[in-house]
Structures are given as C-alpha cells and as structure tokens.
Design a protein around this ligand. Structure first.
Ligand SMILES: CC(C)(COP(=O)(O)OP(=O)(O)OC[C@H]1O[C@@H](n2cnc3c(N)ncnc32)[C@H](O)[C@@H]1OP(=O)(O)O)[C@@H](O)C(=O)NCCC(=O)NCCS
Length: 153
C-alpha cells in the first residue's frame, strides 16, 4: 500500500536521507547536485530553511518504508512540482504516479508545472500519463523541457 506524509521542518533528517540518495543515484535528473548538499552545504539549519522556502514536502511510503519524495512551490498562477524521486527498487509500482497525484490534488484549481531533462524519457512518459503536456523549452536551461497540467475539473 502506498502512503504519503507531509513533512515539517522537524522531519528534516528524513528528507535529507532520501534527498541525498536521490542526488547520488540520479545526478542527471536534478538541478541541484550532491556536492551542493554535502560537506559544508550539509547543515541542519540549511535543511530546515529549505522547509521555509519550499512549503510542500511529501514522503511516499510503500508498505511502511519511505521510498519516494516530491515537493511543490507556488509559481505565479500555478504550483511547481520539484524533487520527484523514487528509490530504484520501488520503481514501476505506482509510487511516482501517487506522488504526482498528491501534488495535483494539493494544487486544487491551479495548474501544475515542472521542468524535466529533455532526455529523461521515463519521467516524461509518466508525466504525460498523468496529464501533463509539453510547454516548450525551459528558457533558463536548453537541456530542460517545461511541462504543464491543467487543474482537475
Ligand atoms: C520518474 C520516477 C519518479 C517514476 O517513479 P515510479 O515509482 O517508477 O513511477 P510509476 O511506477 O508510477 O510509473 C513508472 C512507469 O514505468 C514503468 N516501469 C515498470 N518497471 C519499472 C522500473 N523497474 N523502473 C521504472 N519504471 C518502471 C511503470 O510501469 C510505469 O509506466 P506505465 O505504467 O505507463 O507502463 C522514477 O523513475 C525516478 O525516481 N527516476 C529518477 C528521478 C527522476 O527522473 N525524477 C524526475 C525529475 S523531473
């Protein structure tokens, strides 16, 4: 069974543990790097500050084990989905879709937007299955595509 939990700043250790695994395992999928968040960048105060900067941070559990994460930030008239990751051993079991669903639900009547590496075919296929459409090249990064999903009726 897939569960989801909205984390607070006091849960920063759980977020840190999974986020560092994500950055180490799939460095090509994210704008941040492992180097940004290790060594001097790996400080409790910084992880806690992230919860102030990014208001929605969800952990996804599969049979009670934390296996996935996703976050969301307001972006103009929309909500931006960021930091989606599922541990490799739990992939292909609907955790990624559940994470996207959670953000779409939280967005309510606002569209959901995101950036994804143009070469990240598995993620793009999943976003398309979840109702996202291509919204052009990311003006800030030619290697990324923007995608957008209309609110649920
Ligand atoms: C993209 C990602 C979040 C998807 O998570 P997931 O839990 O595997 O997602 P789902 O199970 O909901 O759907 C995955 C799709 O791949 C298929 N799949 C099957 N086995 C799989 C496997 N071993 N690994 C990955 N996908 C698999 C699933 O069936 C599904 O496709 P379909 O149902 O349309 O056929 C995950 O692959 C990941 O963390 N990738 C690296 C980080 C990343 O790219 N993040 C997005 C940044 S924009």
């Amino acid at each position: 069974m897939i569960g989801r939990r909205l984390l607070t700043a006091d849960d920063w250790r759980e977020w840190r543990a999974l986020r560092l695994r994500a950055l180490a395992t799939d460095p090509g999928a994210f704008g941040s790097t492992l180097a940004d968040w290790t060594g001097p960048g790996d400080a409790e105060e910084r992880w806690r500050r992230r919860f102030a900067d990014v208001p929605v941070n969800l952990l996804l559990d599969l049979d009670g084990e934390p296996v996935g994460m996703v976050a969301a930030v307001p972006a103009d008239d929309a909500v931006e989905l960021i930091s989606l990751w599922v541990v490799p051993a739990a992939r292909g079991r609907g955790v990624g879709e559940a994470a996207i669903d959670a953000v779409v639900e939280l967005a309510g009547d606002r569209p959901v937007v995101l950036s994804v590496r143009a070469a990240n075919d598995p993620a793009i296929a999943l976003y398309v299955r979840c109702g996202f459409v291509d919204d052009g090249a990311d003006p800030d990064d030619p290697l990324e595509r923007r995608m957008r999903r209309a609110p649920r009726p």
